[in-house]
Write a protein that binds this ligand. Structure first.
Ligand code: CA
Length: 95
């Protein structure tokens, strides 16, 4: 678990390259390289762009650590719903 948290933080820091935010371009790379199995349309740049717009609370075109964490939280949440749902994808989609 500690290793997983460390990975989450280190991936962000390496994508941010010493800055406080991850640029749109580096966010694309981060999602494509790290979340390809968990997210279905990571090979579509426009889908990632749309996702980034949804995350970008302060609309500065960049992803802050807080905004990144909401994506991580969303993914963790959908993963736990998939694992706990006994009744298949249709039922899970209603939540
Ligand atoms: Ca932002």
């Amino acid at each position: 678990m500690e290793g997983a948290i460390k990975t989450v933080v280190m991936q962000y820091l390496s994508s941010a390259r010493g800055k406080e935010n991850v640029s749109g371009k580096n966010f694309q790379k981060l999602v494509k390289s790290q979340m390809g199995n968990i997210l279905s349309d990571t090979d579509s740049s426009s889908a990632i762009k749309d996702m980034m717009k949804g995350l970008d609370d302060n609309q500065d075109g960049k992803v802050s650590f807080q905004e990144y964490l909401s994506l991580v939280g969303y993914l963790a949440n959908s993963m736990s719903e998939r694992k706990t749902s006994a009744s298949g994808p249709e039922e899970a989609a209603k939540h």
